[in-house]
Design a binder for this molecule. Structure first.
Ligand code: NAD
Length: 269
């Protein structure tokens, strides 16, 4: 892993990552820290944040030490408090709305309960709205001219699936639509909004759910031209690009990182 130190691709930028203790969130924290950003890691679990921070410091001990904060993204006051902290650093430059759930009891139109629907929408959609809103407010307060917000959707927002998780799919479709609109509304202020669309990955979110069920796993794996699920680090690399000024003319995209899955009809033997 190369060391870029204070002259890294995100040098001088303050970044907030929600769900930072999880698969994509932690890999992104490591890359952001490696590339010189000052990172605020947030999640709903303090022990998970502590473990995550220890891993970051093990891999990039010379980085600006990330701060950690508990934040449930469904609570606007907690999102605002998180942004308040970064305001003391000079305001938000990058906001990665990454926290999301795929509920074990999310199913089709008949079987999905209202409780699962509401919880999924609260975290995956309302949380992204709150993060986007408070990112904009902070960027404005600090006169930022090139902020970047990355909102995590999913390939299920782009292609249908016969293994339904209706609430999750609907929530990710909402993330695409709201991100596109935010991108247009705030473009003249210099604030970019892009939606990340990961394919199924080797992270606890999916792998815990699949467990040892080989048939369930194969049902998904067979659709990859690459023949494999993605890795969290492969998403993090895309987020780093979207966060950095290298992507200064990339705005309002559905940024698909899927090994070609959504572009494929029949996979290689
Ligand atoms: P993960 O479960 O490893 O991490 C998610 C993190 O979000 C966890 O640390 C969790 O504690 C946190 N979180 C959950 N509820 C929260 C809340 N209310 N407030 C704040 N934090 C909360 O998942 P991951 O695979 O790293 O997924 C990250 C994002 O990527 C999610 O939005 C997910 O929907 C999306 N995604 C994942 C996959 C995949 O296959 N893993 C595919 C497409 C999209």
């Amino acid at each position: 892993m190369g060391s870029h130190g204070p002259s890294g691709r995100l040098a001088g930028k303050n970044a907030i990552i929600t769900g930072a203790a999880g698969g994509i969130g932690l890999e992104t924290t490591i890359l952001f820290a490696r590339e010189g950003a000052r990172v605020l890691m947030s999640d709903i679990s303090q022990p998970a944040l502590d473990r995550g921070l220890a891993k970051v410091l093990e891999i990039v001990p010379w980085c600006i030490k990330p701060a950690t904060i508990l934040c449930d993204v469904t609570k606007e006051s907690e999102v605002a408090a998180m942004v308040d902290l970064v305001d003391t650093w000079g305001g938000v430059d990058v906001f990665f709305n990454n926290a999301g759930i795929m509920h074990a009891h999310d199913a089709d139109a008949i079987e999905t309960s209202e409780k699962v629907w509401d919880l999924t929408m609260a975290i995956n959609v309302k949380g992204v709205w709150y993060g986007s809103k408070h990112a904009v407010l902070s960027m404005r307060r600090h006169g930022k001219k090139n902020g970047s917000v990355i909102n995590t959707a999913s390939v299920v927002a782009l292609v249908g699936s016969a293994t339904p998780q209706l609430a999750y799919t609907a929530s990710k479709g909402a993330v695409l639509a709201l991100t596109r609109e935010l991108a247009i509304v705030h473009a003249r202020e210099g604030f970019r909004f892009n939606a990340l669309c990961p394919a199924p990955l080797n992270t606890p979110l999916l792998q815990d759910w699949l467990g040892g069920d080989e048939a369930k796993r194969h049902r998904r794996e067979v659709h990859f031209p690459t023949g494999r699920f993605g890795e969290a680090i492969e998403q993090a690399q895309a987020v780093l690009f979207l966060a950095s000024d290298e992507s200064s003319f990339v705005n309002g995209t559905d940024f698909v990182v899927d090994g070609g899955m959504t572009r494929c009809y029949i996979t290689p033997e």
